[in-house]
Design a protein around this ligand. Structure first.
Ligand SMILES: [Fe+2]
Ligand SMILES: [Fe+2]
Length: 276
């Protein structure tokens, strides 16, 4: 199995020809088949793919990690440019959702479309809420059980209901998994379910413990000292060769992971690619 994971959108980039943009998007190529995982928050996806020589028209399907704007905002523009595509998503992504800050409730941070608009733009929607294989060796986690007490969604997220604001537990958070013969490759959007919950669930579902890589967001940017310490302690017991963290990981958490876990930790940037 030949696998390439290319980061097309991440908050930062060291390359002058690429655009850093708040959010995440990665192209996953498995034996020539191409899946786009998330899309970022504006249109960096299109600029960066072109500059990296990546032909987005060859993408066979899109997978949405969860319904936050910074992962979904280029979905409709993508469909408008490249035509009808399969779109794997959790039915909960359409929720209107908000971040409660110190100064009050922020704007809607949910995805900027509804189901009807996706269909009108050519999306062939496939709803996923449990672990399943979407192509040979490529899986979507479905909902991830929240087992570890030290992990949370990473923010004061709210959903507006008829009875007021309630906690948004982000049940739609899902990761992508490539079951490579030499180990698991996990791609994460924000890991609102928790980085360790995500890894442990996919290890449980596959019955495999060796991981080639964890790549993507971790939402450790808001992590308490206790959460960071317990996450690092857990990672020390997990057999994972590469931990490429970016987006909502934040500088300090990424630096801490690097200091404590060594050079297998990489700060994921726009334009990086990994081959397995
Ligand atoms: Fe995010
Ligand atoms: Fe998110």
């Amino acid at each position: 199995m030949n696998v390439t994971v290319s980061i097309l959108v991440e908050n930062t980039t060291p390359s002058p020809s690429l655009v850093g943009e708040y959010g995440f998007s990665a192209l996953i190529e498995v034996d020539g088949r191409k899946i786009l995982f998330d899309t970022g928050s504006r249109n960096a996806l299109f600029n960066n793919a072109e500059n990296l020589g990546i032909k987005l028209e060859e993408v066979e399907a899109l997978v949405i990690s969860h319904g936050h704007f910074d992962h979904t905002s280029a979905v409709v523009p993508f469909l408008q440019r490249f035509g009808p595509k399969k779109l794997y998503l959790h039915p909960g992504i359409f929720t209107r959702r908000f971040l409660q800050g110190k100064k009050g409730l922020g704007p809607n941070i949910g995805c900027p479309f509804d189901q009807e608009e996706l269909v009108e733009n050519g999306a062939k929607i496939i709803f996923i809420d449990s672990f399943c294989e979407i192509m040979p060796g490529i899986f979507i986690s479905g909902e991830i059980p929240r087992k570890n007490s030290f992990e949370n969604t990473g923010g004061n997220f709210k959903i507006a209901t008829g009875h007021g604001l309630v906690e948004d537990k982000l049940p739609d958070d899902m990761a992508l998994l490539v079951d490579h013969p030499e180990g698991l490759i996990i791609i994460s959007g924000c890991a609102h379910s928790g980085m360790i919950n995500t890894i442990e669930y996919l290890v449980e579902k596959t019955g495999r413990s060796k991981m080639l890589a964890f790549i993507g967001g971790t939402h450790l940017i808001t992590a308490s000292e206790d959460r960071l310490a317990q996450t690092i302690a857990a990672l020390k017991t997990i057999n994972v060769e590469k931990i490429a963290v970016g987006h909502c990981t934040g500088f300090y958490a990424a630096a801490r992971l690097l200091n404590e876990l060594g050079p297998r930790v990489i700060k994921a940037d726009t334009g990086m690619s990994f081959h397995f």
